[in-house]
Design a protein around this ligand. Sequence first.
Ligand SMILES: C[S@@+](CC[C@H](N)C(=O)[O-])C[C@H]1O[C@@H](n2cnc3c(N)ncnc32)[C@H](O)[C@@H]1O
Length: 353
Amino acid sequence: MAMLDTQSPFLFLTCQPGAEPLVKADIQARYPALRFAFSRPGYLTYKSETLLGLDVPRPSVFARRWGLSFGWKPDIAQAWDLAQTHLQRLPDIVHLWARESEANDALPPEIQAREASLLAEITKSTSTPINREALQGQVVLHLIEIDPERIAIGASLQSPPHRSSVAGRPPFLSIPEEAPSRVWGKVSEAFWRTKIKPNARDILLDIGCAPGGGTRVLLDFGAQVVGVDAAQMHPSILANKRFHLLPLVMENVDPKTLPTGISGVVYDVNLSPKLMLGHLSALLSAIPSLQWGFFTLKLNQPSLLGDLKWMLKKIRASGFPHLFVEQLVYNRQELFCFASKQAHALTEAPSSI
Ligand SMILES: C[S@@+](CC[C@H](N)C(=O)[O-])C[C@H]1O[C@@H](n2cnc3c(N)ncnc32)[C@H](O)[C@@H]1O
């Protein structure tokens, strides 16, 4: 049996710890035939009525890593043996991590120590590359310590919607002290995820920019930035000659006053998307040069999840036919929507299970 014929009726997914109720509601709406099987904070499994393959589609917009699930074993050696039974041959790469390590800050020393001892153990069993970035088409074996003495075993086929890193962690886990806000992490992660790289020729629009953590990231690409916010900006941002502030609420921005050629927009307003997306769509559809957008969609009430389709429709109506939605590691009670004028590897619609 070839590895790609590997099948299981179970799938696993990982998400932001605490987001499990949202994951359950999202999967119930998208794939009502999937049956919830097991969960720990940040880790869930589901059972399908039919066998699933390694290319199982992303089951939820909250999923960061997902794939087939083969159950769990009490230690690495037994987990490795079970994985071999299912996969029939060595995987291309192993991602080994502790469930709680999906943090958005430097990992606590005790988790680092646990991961180090798991790694020491598995290197006794195999010379397969461990915890390297997964490349498209590779079969990734996930060994996740879900509890002490419980190693969950899963496998996935790497494709663009899958995060390529261990646990889906962004490559940076601490925010520079000089960053004006923690939004530095969110916007940096969005650029890492989408591989968008602005340069000095870009003019970017930053809506809800104060105090300027995200603006710092945009300026560090060398871009010109037009910020929109009536709140106080950090002095280090105001001092930058490539930053221009419109000290207004977004609803009062006249598109005719904006420079021509704006190529990207970052939207991070702390108000309900239901209130704001109509205004946003009116403003952005008057900027035909826009190529891409990063939108933070507040989800501070689970009921807002039911409005996600409507929100995405509004973003499409702003001039972006291609969308991708995910919960970033640096998102809290919110989702990230990447919107693009051109098709992009990430924005292919996930097919149904
Ligand atoms: C989460 S903070 C933004 C953080 C910022 N992006 C950063 O990187 O530091 C949300 C911002 O939205 C702004 N805001 C709220 N309503 C707004 C509106 N109608 N138009 C523009 N900005 C608004 C607030 O003043 C606040 O600064």
